[in-house]
Every structure is written in C-alpha cells, then in structure tokens.
Design a protein around this ligand. Structure first.
Ligand SMILES: Cc1cc2nc3c(=O)[nH]c(=O)nc-3n(C[C@H](O)[C@H](O)[C@H](O)COP(=O)(O)O)c2cc1C
Length: 201
C-alpha cells in the first residue's frame, strides 16, 4: 500500500520501502479515487526531513545520515511548539526515527527541486542521499541528527508521540531548536511529477 501511495504521490514509477521496488502503476492496480483525493489535498509544501541513527544494513551496523522528501507535515501546537510529519511505515526513515527518537525538518528553496526529487525517489537504505544529491551536510545543535547545511530554515525535533495512521505513522516532534536563515521561494507539490512555487517567498 505504501509504495502505491508513494507512486500516486510522485507519478507512475517510484520505488519505495526497504527493497526499493520499482513499481509500474497500471489502471488495473490503482484506485483512481486515491488519485482524486491526492489531487484534492495538494498542493503542499515539500520539505526534507533529515534523520540519523545507527542502523544494520546487510548485517553491518553503521551510523546513517538520511534525507526523506515529505509533503505531509504540519505545525500542531504552539505551547509546546510541536511539529508533525507523516511517514510511510515501509520507509527506511520510519525505522530510523523510531530508533533515534529525533528528526530535523529542513525547509527547502524551490531551486533545490532536483535534490528534493532525488531524496523522494531513492532509499537511504541503499544510497547516501547527501552524497547522491551533493547537498552539504550540517549538524543539529540540540539533537544528535544531521541536517541540510544551508536550508531556508530548520526545526530540530525530539519525538514525543507516534500516532498510528493507516499505512503511515504520524511522528510528533517537540521543537527544541530552530532557525530561519533566509526568505526564498518554496517548492509545492501539485501532483505526480508536477511542482509549483510561490510568487515571492
Ligand atoms: C514530492 C514527494 C513527496 C513525498 N511525501 C512523502 C510523505 O509525506 N511521507 C512519506 O512517508 N513519503 C513521502 N514521499 C516518499 C519518500 O520521500 C520516498 O519513498 C523516499 O525514497 C523514502 O526514503 P527512505 O527509504 O530513505 O526513507 C514523497 C516523495 C515525493 C517525491
């Protein structure tokens, strides 16, 4: 289900989950009501969530710094300031967040569209997405987590709740540090492979 949802999110061919399956969606395998619903709830601002954890991949334990493209996210409380992200249960980042208990929300400029798409179409289980995209790596101050070095801004989050949400989990993070570095146009996901941006910022 998750890979179907991701395919709906990003077009017709998109790998998802640990095995990074390539999925070709044909009319017979897709619920077209789902496409209507996705079209209804988007456009949504696309962000990169960074995650760091010691993970076992192919029998070897190593610290991984990963990036996942996310358009299902929102602020959800003022006091304390909480931020929620919805992550597919099959995503590598899902395992990583459960392991580390932290994540960082990186607000990205529209000019990073290619990097954002890359982070949403390959799995951190098989690729180092910082290297793949060339995005410079920075480190959070208040949590043990990598982040994008030069985003528009970021939120450092400590996981305080995980809410089961069908094929996704809503991770609720308490924001323990944040920074707004600049004002630039953001990227919004329309549907499939279509994106748009804001007129100003
Ligand atoms: C534009 C776009 C938006 C996405 N939004 C989400 C999202 O909100 N939640 C999610 O779990 N996956 C989302 N995805 C899919 C993941 O980014 C994608 O499956 C990624 O490869 C998972 O990486 P990982 O295996 O390293 O965790 C999105 C992908 C794209 C291209």
């Amino acid at each position: 289900m998750s890979s179907v949802l991701c395919a709906v999110r990003f077009g017709l061919v998109h790998g998802s989950g640990p095995s990074q399956r390539k999925l070709i969606i044909s009319p017979s395998t897709i619920d077209f009501h789902m496409i209507d619903i996705i079209g209804l709830v988007e456009p949504r601002q696309v962000i990169l969530v960074s995650v760091s954890a010691v993970m076992e991949v192919m029998g070897k334990k190593a610290r991984k710094d990963n990036l996942i493209t996310v358009d299902w996210h929102m602020p959800c409380s003022y006091k304390p300031f909480l931020y929620a992200i919805s992550i597919g249960k099959l995503e590598f980042s899902h395992q990583m967040i459960l392991k580390s208990g932290v994540f960082c929300v990186n607000f990205m400029a529209a000019s990073s569209e290619a990097e954002i798409i890359k982070c949403g179409t390959v799995s951190g289980q098989v690729k180092d997405k910082f290297k793949e995209t060339g995005l410079a790596k920075g480190y959070c101050e208040k949590i043990d987590c990598a982040r994008v070095a030069d985003p528009i801004g970021f939120l450092e989050c400590e996981l305080i709740d995980s809410i089961d949400s069908g094929d996704h989990t809503i991770f609720v993070g308490k924001v323990v540090n944040y920074h707004l570095a600049k004002k630039e146009k953001r990227l919004f996901h329309l549907d499939g492979r279509h994106f748009t941006t804001t007129e100003e910022y």
